[in-house]
Write a protein that binds this ligand. Structure first.
Ligand code: SF4
Length: 583
């Protein structure tokens, strides 16, 4: 028999602490689907999926006489994928190179001129198109310099076998015993909503939500438990909205009880006031599988939401839900995006005020608005209509390992101003955002700020804006970061003391406070005393032992302290990664 054609799939994922990396799920799906067919197995041999981010030289070394090379491209591996593809075409001119994933350049007229080494691109769902390409490659030849896109709303998702239960990832586990694999699972595909900034929200991808059967899900969770996968992320856009999600949550609990794994199942919950979502979250919370529920708003302003095609639940329902989760002992976090079209300085600050008043002690995460390729936000029409001012900066993905100098850099485009928000206002809002996350979400000043607001009947923004324009050293640091971002520098930083991974500004500040709490609280006390004086607010209690001091001491007591046996890197990873946004 003639030698089989070799297929190599590439999906470089980000390594985090302890060499924890997600399974190359998209590539696994392509392999699992196509290998069901005899004609494919007769003609092709699939080599182990290449997923470890490395230098171009090291990746290319793994190749031997490739026939088909596939790349699953996302924001954080795009330039690396292009560089590897180019080198491979030089080394193996007869191979066929296929690009897929959200980064495929749908709107560029010069893509194939700039990247002639790529043969074909696949946009949207890849399984069936990839299968056809493999067949064409044997019999007729594959298309040249074309972008293929086939939408199929009628597919039953079970047509696509699981890369877990088909054993594809067992092979990777055996080959990479040094990697701590993280699971990625997809229980349904597509999102019924159409947020302009989100890739999933693009209507051309399909609006009909497609599902896997409960049997498929059951077997996959069993595999994850049996193979001791500690962390699993569900890609569902609206988990908990459907009755079946209750069964999925119960299954996670059963499997955790049986194997002790998975220990964490993280997913984005539906955005509705829905009993099913609450019950699903409660089941996972009680089993310590997911300690936090998303209740995102992105913006509190109707004009902003209308511009991006997003609807939030009513403000009353949002407040009621926050309380319902808090009463049940389940934490929530609310996401807000800075830089959305139509947002003004005032509407952003008003939205923050409103959110701080309704979330209680729950966390708020504030993201800078990224412009993802192939979204409506990325269109000429949107850019012109809302006067988007953007900056492209090197990526510094939070909590992932730092790229060494010999590695290819990746870039992201973020909005730093619009026709309703100047760049100066954007910087101010960015500083306020980091401060809110530090003092409120990390609780470095939660009790103090809350006390000031209720005692003096002032707004949260009165205090946050005062601190934002104060002489505190950490404020100067934050203004400096904001300025650097507008010059195209990355947001996130590395502090070798806390390990060689990227941390967000408020995370580094929090870790610094843990390192020297007295210094921080003494300076904050000084600033807040000036605030009270300049606003002619009466002191509560004796000047030297005011309630303000008591509140600051309460906050200081809640700052996490390093255990004597711990080093600062382990402390930072435990505190931020397992206690912060990634949990
Ligand atoms: S942001 Fe969420 S709700 Fe909106 S389109 Fe994307 S996945 Fe759907």
């Amino acid at each position: 028999m003639a030698m089989k054609r070799q297929v190599y799939l590439n999906e470089y994922n980000l390594p985090a602490d302890n060499n924890a990396i997600f399974f190359p799920y998209a590539s696994g799906l392509l392999q699992a689907y196509t290998q069901q067919f005899g004609v494919i197995n007769y003609n092709y041999e699939f080599k182990p999926i290449i997923f470890v981010r490395d230098t171009v030289e090291q990746i290319v070394k793994q190749y031997d006489n490739p026939n088909i090379i596939g790349f699953s491209t996302v924001l954080w591996n795009y330039n690396l994928s292009l560089a590897v593809a180019k080198r491979l075409k030089e080394n193996f001119p007869k191979c066929k190179i296929i690009f897929g994933g959200p980064q495929v350049e749908l709107n560029s007229k010069i893509f194939f001129i700039e990247h002639p080494y790529i043969d074909v691109c696949v946009y949207g769902e890849g399984e069936k198109v990839f299968h056809k390409l493999l067949i064409d490659n044997v019999y007729n030849g594959i298309p040249y310099h074309k972008i293929l896109f086939e939408k199929d709303d009628n597919t039953d998702l079970d047509e696509f076998p699981s890369p877990y239960t088909t054993g594809i990832f067992n092979e990777l586990i055996k080959l990479h015993s040094n990697v701590k694999f993280k699971g990625l699972v997809e229980y349904n595909r597509n999102c019924p909503f159409h947020c302009a900034y989100c890739f999933w929200g693009q209507p051309e991808l399909g609006t009909k939500v497609k599902y896997h059967s409960q049997q498929y899900i059951k077997e996959e969770i069993e595999w994850l438990g049996e193979n001791k996968i500690e962390y699993v992320f569900g890609t569902d856009a609206n988990f908990g909205m459907f009755k079946r999600d209750l069964d999925t949550a119960k299954r996670y609990v059963e499997v955790k009880n049986k194997y002790g794994y998975p220990k964490i199942f993280r997913v984005c919950y539906g955005k509705e006031d829905n009993t099913n979502i609450f019950e699903t979250a409660s089941i996972l919370d009680n089993a310590d599988l997911a300690k936090i529920v998303t209740l995102s708003v992105q913006s509190q302003n109707k004009k902003v939401l209308d511009s991006v095609g997003r609807k939030n639940i009513s403000k009353e329902s949002f407040t009621k839900l926050q309380k319902k989760y808090s009463d049940a002992g389940i934490s929530t976090y609310t996401e807000i995006i800075l830089g959305l079209p139509n947002e003004t300085r005032q509407s952003f600050l008003d939205g923050l005020e409103e959110t701080l008043r309704s979330v209680g002690s729950n966390r708020i995460f504030i993201y800078q608005c990224q412009v993802y390729k192939n979204t409506r936000l990325d269109s000429e029409e949107f850019r012109l209509k809302y006067g988007l001012i953007t900056k492209t900066r090197p990526m510094s993905e939070p909590h992932s390992a730092v790229r060494t100098k010999d590695m290819i850099g990746e870039f992201e485009e973020i909005i730093i101003g619009t026709n309703t928000l100047t760049v100066e206002e954007w910087k101010e809002c960015a500083v306020v955002s980091w401060l809110v996350q530090l003092l409120h979400s990390f609780k470095a000043g939660y009790n103090t700020i809350k006390w000031l607001v209720s005692t003096y009947n002032i707004s949260y923004m009165d205090i946050y804006l005062y601190l934002t324009h104060s002489e505190l050293l950490l404020i100067k640091v934050l203004w400096n970061i904001a300025e650097q971002i507008t010059q195209g520098l990355p947001e996130n930083q590395v502090r070798p003391m806390f390990g060689t991974i990227y941390y967000e500004p408020e995370e580094i500040l929090y870790l610094n406070i843990c390192h020297s709490p007295t210094d921080f609280y003494t300076k904050l006390l000084g600033r807040l005393q000036v605030f009270i004086n300049t606003h002619k607010l009466p002191y509560k209690g004796h000047i030297f032992s005011t309630d303000l001091v008591k509140m600051l001491n309460l906050d200081k007591k809640q700052i996490l302290l390093k255990e004597e046996t711990e080093d600062w890197t382990s402390f930072a990873i435990k505190t931020i990664i397992y206690g912060g946004k990634s949990k």
